[in-house]
Design a protein around this ligand. Structure first.
Ligand code: IPM
Ligand code: MN
Length: 364
């Protein structure tokens, strides 16, 4: 039996988590996996109720989980709170507390969405890469940090073992893919980046079957929109990965399509990259596909059920092939659907796919 902690959070986080839950229940039924779901508050909704964006209760539930699913945190309402009380602070605290140092954000183009992207079809065809973002260190967590009326200060620092462990993951992932790692830094200006680059090259000595190249982050931002096919695994630090993964999200047609997994040695957390989108919250308009694809990653990485993950992803593709579109990915001639309708469609396709295959193969 697996225990999943659900943290819907704020804004559309609630709606897409509801979609994720329906998919989880569907997989649980068809694959005979017993799953226990436990829901807790995080972000602005936790602040409103308890005066803190994350309570000890939420944290300890996560410590007792097999996987965490997070919707999204943040919203205009809480933008002016002091730093440590902002909804975002909860997510950062959670990542650190659970040791989730490896953030995987796959940017894969779904063929039916080739027309939804702002980029040209020829540029997008067959794009399939992963942004591997270091998630528990770098400038997000470096000390000292402060601001007053006259100064603002953060510290970008990496320790050797932090770079080593994320670099190892990058090479291991690349080994299972196209054996190419692009390490992104700003070594022409920042000492911390030169250090990053040196350590990545040291680690590479154990992975010489994988090709390693370095790229400056400004160039990488340009290359992702100029020729994204060149990438396989982009390995980068916390801040650069934050920025590059949003760019990568647009390659898929919409940020509403980009799932993520955050992994550590003991815990794992899955979340759509898109954020809380307060402007469309509560309107049944949000695209649930990033959340649903995050559930697929959960079944793959945390529960070792790759076949379930594949089926979920195929069901997403099929829904898109039948031209179902939420507003963010809508293009002319397609059928505009709500969050619920899209979720329902994915479940139907999942069931169809399941029945069209040999059922016995999937039991545990
Ligand atoms: C992300 C988000 C977070 C980040 C915020 C919400 C703290 O933008 O997961 O990319 O900056 O890491
Ligand atoms: Mn971000």
């Amino acid at each position: 039996m697996y225990k999943i902690v659900l943290l819907p959070g704020d804004g559309i986080g609630n709606e897409v988590t509801a979609s994720a839950v329906e998919i989880i229940k569907t997989v649980s039924k068809y694959f005979n996996v017993e799953i226990q779901l436990e829901e807790h508050l995080i972000g602005g909704s936790s602040y409103d109720k308890y005066g803190t964006p994350i309570t000890d209760e939420t944290l300890s539930a996560c410590y007792n989980s097999d996987a965490v699913f997070l919707g999204a945190v943040g919203g205009f309402k809480w933008d002016n709170l002091p730093h440590q009380l902002k909804p975002e602070a909860a997510l950062l605290k959670l990542r650190k507390a659970l040791g989730l140092f490896a953030n995987i954000r796959p940017a894969k183009i779904y063929r039916p969405l080739l027309d939804s992207s702002t980029l040209k079809k020829e540029v997008l065809e067959n794009v399939d890469f992963i942004v591997l973002r270091e998630l528990t260190s770098g400038i997000y967590f470096g000390e000292p940090r402060m601001f007053d009326d006259m100064h603002g200060l953060n510290t970008m620092i990496y320790h050797k073992e932090e770079v080593e462990r994320i670099a190892k993951i990058a090479f291991k992932i690349a080994r299972e893919r196209n054996k190419k790692v692009t390490s992104v830094d700003k070594a022409n200006v920042l000492e911390v980046s030169q250090f990053w680059r040196n350590v990545v090259h040291q680690v590479h000595k154990e992975f010489e079957d994988v090709q390693l190249s370095d790229m400056y982050v400004d160039n990488a931002a340009m290359q992702i929109v100029r020729n994204p096919k060149q990438f396989d695994v982009i390995l980068t630090s916390n801040l650069f990965g934050d920025i590059l993964s949003d760019i990568a999200g647009m390659i898929t047609g919409s940020l509403g399509m980009l799932p993520s997994a955050s992994l550590g040695t003991k815990y794992s957390l899955y979340e759509p990259v898109h954020g809380s989108a307060p402007d469309i919250a509560g309107q049944n308009k949000a695209n649930p596909l990033a959340a649903i694809a995050s559930v697929a990653m959960m079944f793959d990485y945390s529960f070792g059920l790759k076949s379930a993950a594949n089926l979920i992803n195929e069901a997403i593709s099929k829904s898109l092939e039948e031209n179902f579109r939420t507003t963010d990915i809508y293009s002319k001639g397609c059928q505009l659907v709500s969050t619920n309708e899209m979720t329902k469609s994915v479940i139907e396709k999942f069931e169809e796919l399941f029945h069209s295959q040999a059922i016995g193969v999937f039991t545990l």
